[in-house]
Each structure stands twice: as C-alpha cells, then as structure tokens.
Design a binder for this molecule. Sequence first.
Ligand code: NAD
Length: 380
Amino acid sequence: MFATWARKKENCEPIGDALKSYQSVFKVKGGIVLKYKINWGVIGSGGIAQRRTIPEGIMPAKHAALVAVYDTDVEINNSVAKKFNAKAVFSIQELIDSDIDAIYVASPVGLHLDHAIACAKGKKHVFCEKPLGISVEEAERMIQICNHEGVLLGTAFMMRFLAQHQAGLNIINAGKLGKPVYCRAQLSCWYPPMPGAWRQYPGKGGGGALVDMGSHCIDLLEMFFGEVAKVSCFINNNVHDYQSEDSAIVSLVFKNGAMGTVDSYFCIPDNSSKNILELYGSKGSIIAKGTIGQGTSGEMIAYLEDDNSGYNAQQARNASEGLILNPLPVNTYLAEIEEFSSAILENREPENNFARGLHSQKVLAACYQSARTKKVVEII
Ligand SMILES: NC(=O)c1ccc[n+]([C@@H]2O[C@H](COP(=O)([O-])OP(=O)(O)OC[C@H]3O[C@@H](n4cnc5c(N)ncnc54)[C@H](O)[C@@H]3O)[C@@H](O)[C@H]2O)c1
C-alpha cells in the first residue's frame, strides 16, 4: 500500500546533526537529516484524544508533533488546542489544509468511515481508533480508499505494546509456556444510560461492551495464541436497557487448537473488574491483573514448570513459586504513536496495520452472528 506514497521533498526539514541515533532510519545528506517528525492532526479531540493519546502519546513522542485539532464541540476543541499549544480548526478541510502528515481519528465509531475517507482523500495517513468503523464492510471500504490514495491506515490496538504483555509474549514465543492450551481476557466497566452516549446505539458504536472492550481482549489473546478459527458468543442486556449489549461472553477456538474466553461488561463497577488476563500452556501459566486497560502496568506472574516435570498425584500448587514479570513500564499511547510515526518515516506498514483492524472486525462480526443464531461461527 505504502509504495505508492512518495515522501515529498518539501516535507524534509534540516535539523543539523541532531538525532544521530536515527541516522540508520533517515537519510543524511550533506549534514541534512531528512524529516524525522510526523506532524499530526486530530479528529475528535475531546475524548480519549485529550485524556490519553495527545498528552501521553503525541506530545512526548520523539517522532511526532501536534499541529492542529478538530472537534465539533468548539469549546472543548479550543481548550484542547490551548492546553497542547496546537491550532484549533473548525472543519476537517481546514485540518487537511494544515501542515500535517497524519491524522488520529478519535471520533465516535459510527463516524470513523467518513472521517478516514476524508483524511485519505486529503492525502493524510490515517491512524484510526478501534474499531475500523461499525462493520467489516466499512473496514474494507476504508482500506480500499486508503490504498487507492496511497496513505497508511493503522488501528489503535495500543494494549499490545504494554511491556508486560510483550514480556509474556516473549515467554510464549520462547516455548516456555509449552503448547498453548487456554486463555482468558476480561475488560469491563460501569457504563450507565446517558443521553447522547453513542456506544449505547449499535448504529453509532457498532455494538456495546463487546466491540468497545472485548475487541481489545480478543486482539490481545490473538497476539499471544495466534488467530482465532471459530467463536461462540452470548450477549445480553442484564442491567442497562439501552440498545447495545451491556454483557458479552465469547468462547474462542484458536487455529492451533487452544481455547479461550473473553468477558466484557458495561454493567460491573469499575473497581470490581480487575481486568484479568490468564494464559495457560502445557508447561505453565501467566496470570495478570490490571495489565489490560489504559495504564502502563499491572501485576503479572508466570508459573513455569521445568521440562521434565511428571504427573504429581498431590496436585501441588505453590503460589510463591511464580516469576514476577515487571519490566520497565511502557506507555501504550506513546508506543502506538511512535510506531505509526516511524512507519511513515520508514516507508513501511505499521505494526498495528489495517489488516489487524479488518481481522478484528471479522471476529467481532462472527461473535454477533453467533449470538444471533446461537451457533458456532467460523472466521472466514
Ligand atoms: N484505546 C483506548 O484506550 C480507547 C479508550 C476510549 C475510547 N477509544 C476509542 O476512541 C474513539 C472515541 O471514543 P471516546 O471515548 O473518546 O469518545 P467520546 O465521545 O468521549 O469523544 C469523541 C469526541 O469526538 C467528538 N465528535 C463527535 N462528532 C464529531 C464529528 N462529527 N467531528 C469531529 N468530532 C466529533 C465529540 O465531540 C467528542 O469530543 C472510539 O473509537 C473508541 O473506541 C479508545
């Protein structure tokens, strides 16, 4: 996709001999280092953008600079612009006409398609919040247009970058967990009926707890155990009577034969949901609390057997024998912005690319189909 997008000469800026560590990435010619920062614009500055992605991601990123923000709520947009020293603009066209390379789309999900198309047609790379629109078809359309316009499209599955998740992945990839057997991911919160809350209407949010939070859980479990082959799902409105589901549970069967469950609820108090992550293999387990979410770390312990442990009739369980996984925390919003910015600068696909976003939509669609038909649904 990216090959069609050529970095324009005028996008390059001289920065003297600074940033020597990036010289392998960027051409240095006659003491001039080519562009090393991506200029960012934001659509939907007033939500997660101002809470997390701008202050923790774009502002401190080495490869990013915030230039302009847009939100239909002018008051909020002005205050975000002022707080982060950016230009407040009053239309998407004005945003596109600003000196920016990439746009972070953080508007309500039902607007992602229109916003991504507008960005792509304005020749701006698109970093879209999850999910990529409200359906598989919308995700495919987004991909088609971004491809046609020669811009990158990324999906903001930032939880993959958490240092503890990466540490767990390293253990799995090194074979220390043995053959993947079972996993569970949980992400829930309290989301009461509120006027105008777009998540409470499937046409505006694509669904409820499953799309909003379960999508992160499924994506993470696929990072650990590989792609899901089939799902079985129940959704319900157990507490809140809005249109989107407030309860979702998914059973997953992975292509490698492992199984998993994801549980996501809009009707469990925030402090009661500990966002548990459990990964079990034939040689051990990794158990985490609070790593799934918006923070930089939680608690994670690996319980690993040595290679020749046999059958133990005592079924001994010793809680103190775990290996605490506590790497240097990584801010996931910073990591996702650095990664996408670097992908632009390095002429490559981002790690969280369009394919991940599309695949996520396919799994979510299969879950809703299963809930509707009460059947197991294969991911095609
Ligand atoms: N990765 C994460 O940690 C995380 C967390 C929360 C939300 N999200 C995702 O971010 C996206 C936004 O969610 P949110 O919680 O920030 O929603 P929100 O409703 O809190 O914020 C959305 C913002 O978009 C603005 N907006 C509405 N219509 C607009 C339009 N036509 N043009 C421009 N701006 C418009 C609203 O005024 C609001 O400020 C969703 O895709 C959601 O799934 C991700």
